[in-house]
Design a protein around this ligand. Structure first.
Ligand SMILES: C[S@@+](CC[C@H](N)C(=O)[O-])C[C@H]1O[C@@H](n2cnc3c(N)ncnc32)[C@H](O)[C@@H]1O
Length: 253
């Protein structure tokens, strides 16, 4: 399923309610950006710009890559009220992180490449292309920040309560259901059930195709792309790699 297949109007509300208030991953991002050399940040799978905005508020110029129309529609509401000088620091590209064409021109350009909040899990194919492209985009000394779910789901099939949310003027409970598919893929279904005095049950389902990429795969691909493991943060959920060499292009290797 392509990201835009989630574009039904109510998914926009659901996703926004689920993600817009998330801030627990921003300290790790700030740690990485503070350690990166001066310069621009490339974010792959930027969603509606939650992390891009945090980086911009810290003074970074950001190129945010995001293919989903639904996310880009949110972005405008999410950036409402942000001072113009900060808003201007985020330059959006409607593109797929797996496609390197547009990035060939950017070889060695970025101080940091960020793929946060399970971005890699939603890129269900093409991990080698994403890591290779990120490595090429990094300047010498630049850092790659990856925050993704590496461990297999422990309890596929079970419905698990996630959180209460307010959206569309109503109160909902969000649940997750994981279905295992062949080849390391999963469908993560988010189920929203209205809980505010309804007489008939109302449920919404949002299916997000995902894949849990093991840490060894990411380490191997990063090493093959010329990146060194630099540090792990947030109990190992965030891995940071450094480009020790010069700027690289595919032709160099
Ligand atoms: C879990 S969201 C994270 C959004 C954002 N980084 C944040 O932290 O709020 C993952 C994002 O990856 C995007 N995505 C999925 N496949 C992609 C691809 N092939 N290239 C670039 N982005 C992709 C999705 O549209 C979604 O916005």
């Amino acid at each position: 399923m392509e990201p835009d297949e989630r574009a039904a109007p109510q998914w926009a509300d659901c996703y926004r309610a689920l993600v817009a208030r998330k801030t627990d991953d921003i300290p790790a991002l700030r740690t990485v950006l503070a350690a990166a050399p001066p310069g621009e940040v490339l974010e792959l799978g930027a969603g509606f710009g939650r992390l891009a905005l945090a980086a911009a508020r810290d003074g970074r110029q950001v190129v945010a890559v995001e293919p989903s129309r639904m996310m880009l529609d949110y972005r405008d509401a999410f950036f409402e009220g942000v001072p113009a000088d900060i808003r201007r620091r985020v330059d959006w590209r409607v593109a797929d992180a797996r496609e390197s064409d547009g990035r060939e021109r950017d070889a060695g350009r970025y101080a940091a490449v960020v793929c946060g909040y399970n971005g890699l899990n939603e890129i269900v194919d093409g991990l080698p292309e994403v890591i290779d492209g990120a490595a090429r985009a990094l300047a010498p000394g630049g850092l790659l920040h990856l925050d993704w779910c590496a461990d297999p789901y422990e309890r596929p099939g079970l419905v698990e309560f996630y959180d209460y949310l307010e959206f569309s003027g109503q109160r909902w409970a969000a649940f997750t259901i994981v279905q295992e598919l062949p080849g390391g893929r999963h469908d993560l279904t988010l189920m929203y059930e209205r809980v505010d005095g309804v007489t008939a049950r109302e449920r919404l389902y949002q299916v997000v195709p995902r894949r849990t990429w093991p840490r060894e795969d990411v380490l191997r691909l990063a090493a093959a792309a010329g990146l060194e493991h630099h540090q792990s943060l947030s109990g190992g959920n965030v891995m940071v790699f450094v480009n020790k060499g010069g700027s690289r292009s595919r032709a160099d290797r």
